[in-house]
Design a protein around this ligand. Structure first.
Ligand code: ADP
Ligand code: MG
Length: 175
């Protein structure tokens, strides 16, 4: 079997029980064949982006090691979105869960189905704030994630809790 690759994901939810949905998405990733969770960021409550007349999001970032291909990981994350009740309506509209692949070790590509690194990741504080916790020195377009985060206006992006991996119960939000 090939060596696992490192990848980073951004998860967001703004409908229903947002905490529970995020926890469940992380659990399903963890339970997936060929995927091992390496780190999970704190949870941030964030103002909606693009389309502002909708509920606030909860966002977090995940680091994982995977033997899947980038396309295999996309199929997995889209399957988890669907299984958690995501219905695709409008772009940037409300969603039960959104899982984006931010970066995948060794891959740069640009197709409508999959663009890596994620094209908007350096413009969005709700992506950069959680990612900077778990990958501060990851370099994207010639700058570290920490440097991108420092350069961006992060008003409206608030760390609300630390995400904790409980050995007994799986991932949970620390209250
Ligand atoms: P958005 O995340 O931009 O709000 P969607 O989650 O509905 O919108 O995704 C739209 C499409 O973006 C998906 O069908 C997917 O194939 C494509 N896509 C392109 N690059 C990526 C990426 N890096 N991660 C996740 N989806 C991506
Ligand atoms: Mg998406």
């Amino acid at each position: 079997m090939s060596e696992p690759s490192v990848a980073y994901l951004s998860l967001g939810a703004n409908l229903g029980n947002r905490e529970e949905t995020l926890c469940e998405a992380v659990r399903r990733l963890e339970a997936s064949k060929g995927v091992e969770i390496a780190a999970v960021s704190s949870v941030y409550e964030t103002e909606p982006w693009g389309k502002t007349d909708q509920p606030r999001f909860l966002n977090l970032a995940v680091a994982l090691r995977t033997t899947l291909s980038p396309e295999g990981l996309l199929a997995l994350t889209q399957g988890i979105e669907t299984s958690l009740g995501r219905i695709r309506h409008e772009r940037w509209g409300p969603r039960t869960i959104d899982i984006d692949i931010l970066w995948f070790e060794g891959f740069e590509k640009s197709t409508p189905e999959l663009t890596l690194p994620h094209p908007y990741m350096t413009e969005r504080a709700f992506v950069l704030a959680p990612l900077a916790e778990i990958a501060p020195v990851l370099t994207i377009k010639g700058k570290t994630v920490e440097a991108w985060r420092e350069a961006i206006d992060d008003k409206g992006v608030n760390n609300i809790s630390e995400y904790k991996q409980s050995e007994k119960n799986g991932p949970q939000l620390k209250s």
